[in-house]
Design a binder for this molecule. Structure first.
Ligand SMILES: NC(=O)c1ccc[n+]([C@@H]2O[C@H](COP(=O)([O-])OP(=O)(O)OC[C@H]3O[C@@H](n4cnc5c(N)ncnc54)[C@H](O)[C@@H]3O)[C@@H](O)[C@H]2O)c1
Ligand SMILES: O=C(O)C(=O)C[C@@H](O)[C@H](O)[C@H](O)COP(=O)(O)O
Ligand SMILES: [Zn+2]
Length: 386
């Protein structure tokens, strides 16, 4: 982790800023609780102009879903007050919107707006809106600036940071996409007040992930603060969001495009989790965070089979996930279908499925070592009837 990625001095009062250091693609994540001082507009304009080497941003397409359209409309007004003419495009909520078809509609909307390289895309919503809008920004006119305003816990701690954007195909999660860093990330933790409890819990799955992969002290802090975070106590939420952003900024700044293997650590629980989502059906019984929760438990059991950890670690992880109201299994899914989906995972190499598995609390390793029989055994356990 580089010193540059540490939380910097608060601005405006009460806010925190985490820098993502990436050379000329560096950007700030600004974390506030309530935007009474109207900070979003100036932050967005400055961030978009910094990306464009000081050249002005004249127009923006604000992409949102129907559950957050009121906030998106307020953000569009704030952009207009900064001289950025903004229109709002509303997509249906849910994973089904992360599709090439929905992306094409948004690209057509940019064409109709005569958007040019002085235009930007602003994503106001959860991870679905961020990944979709980011993909559109990465492809329109070969790439225009993107600003993220994440409104779910999951998007605030994970998906708005790091530049992975994309859409799904029926057989494979996130299989069409790009690396396209945002110009800035505006996180208002007060927007979580309207988030359904189930979605809050989904965000906690990725929060727990950071503890397992990188930071045992953070894992312990989450064990202690779980109830306070679920109750949206601002004193508990803000440090959790900031720490996750710091941890992700540190990883992304060292391996932006998942080339050295370091960034792959963020994929703990995802080889199996993404397969669960694809097999159960996008927008089906498993939200992303829920699939990752079950995937982390199954992958931790796989590490036990390799002799890397003792069962105590998986038991502790399962306990915390259950305390947070997250699933630790995926009863009824077909293990063979899960294996077929896993053969399409983007981490695979040489025809072998790769997993990110724990070595200890706070330390994981990318590996293709598990034998087919061990993979099948943990999938049988994952999918067994309750
Ligand atoms: N790019 C990345 O690095 C990355 C990282 C993690 C996850 N993801 C992706 O993120 C997606 C999941 O994101 P998500 O969990 O945010 O789901 P989501 O975007 O589907 O949002 C969950 C639900 O909450 C609603 N919602 C959003 N903000 C709200 C608010 N403030 N108040 C009330 N309702 C609100 C949405 O309309 C939706 O119904 C998945 O597609 C996953 O693959 C991407
Ligand atoms: O940012 C990353 O890198 C991650 O792996 C974060 C994950 O939580 C996220 O779900 C990501 O979209 C998965 O990426 P993918 O490359 O496996 O599609
Ligand atoms: Zn994820």
């Amino acid at each position: 982790m580089t010193a540059e990625s540490q939380t910097r001095a608060a601005h405006p009062p009460g806010s925190r800023t985490v820098r993502v250091p990436l050379g000329d693609r560096s950007y700030d994540i600004r974390i506030v609780h309530g935007d009474e001082s109207g900070g979003f507009g100036p932050f967005a304009r400055e961030a978009l102009e910094a990306t464009r080497a000081g050249r002005s941003c004249r127009s923006a397409l604000v992409v949102t879903d129907s559950n957050v359209r009121a906030l998106a409309a307020r953000h569009a007004e704030a952009l207009a007050a900064q001289g950025i003419a903004a229109e709002v495009a509303v997509v249906p909520p849910g994973e089904g919107s992360k599709s090439l078809e929905q992306a094409a509609e948004l690209l057509d909307r940019l064409i109709a707006l005569r958007a040019d390289r002085h235009s930007a895309v602003v994503a106001v919503g959860g991870g679905v809106v961020g990944d979709l809008a980011g993909f559109v920004a990465s492809t329109y006119a070969r790439g225009i600036p993107l600003l993220m305003a994440p409104t779910t816990l999951l998007a605030q701690v994970d998906s708005s940071v790091g530049g992975k954007v994309g859409v799904n195909r029926p057989a494979a999660k996130n299989i069409v996409g790009a690396f396209h860093q945002p110009s800035g990330v505006w996180i208002d933790t007060r927007s979580l007040d309207t988030l359904p409890p189930r979605e809050l819990r989904c965000g906690m799955a990725e929060v727990v992930k950071y503890g397992v992969i990188l930071d045992p002290a953070f894992f312990e802090a989450v064990e202690r603060a779980a109830a306070a975070v679920l109750a949206l106590d601002p004193a508990a939420v803000a440090p959790v969001v900031a720490r996750c952003c710091e941890l992700k900024a540190g990883v992304v700044s060292e391996d932006e495009r998942e080339e050295t293997g370091l960034r792959a650590v963020l994929n703990f629980g995802h080889t199996i989790g993404h397969a669960v989502e694809a097999v159960a059906g996008y927008g089906g019984p498993f939200q992303h965070g829920e699939a990752v929760a079950a995937g982390m438990v199954a992958e931790s059991r796989l590490a036990e089979r390799l002799g890397w950890i003792d069962p105590g670690l998986t038991d502790r992880l399962s306990r915390l996930l259950r305390l947070l109201g997250l699933p630790t299994s995926a009863p009824g899914l077909d293990p063979r279908a899960l294996i077929a989906a896993m053969t399409l995972d983007k981490k695979n190499a040489g025809g072998r499925i790769r997993f990110v598995l724990p070595r200890a609390l706070g330390s994981v390793e990318l590996t293709d070592a598990p034998a087919e029989g061990d993979v099948r055994a943990v999938l049988d356990e994952l999918t067994a009837a309750d």
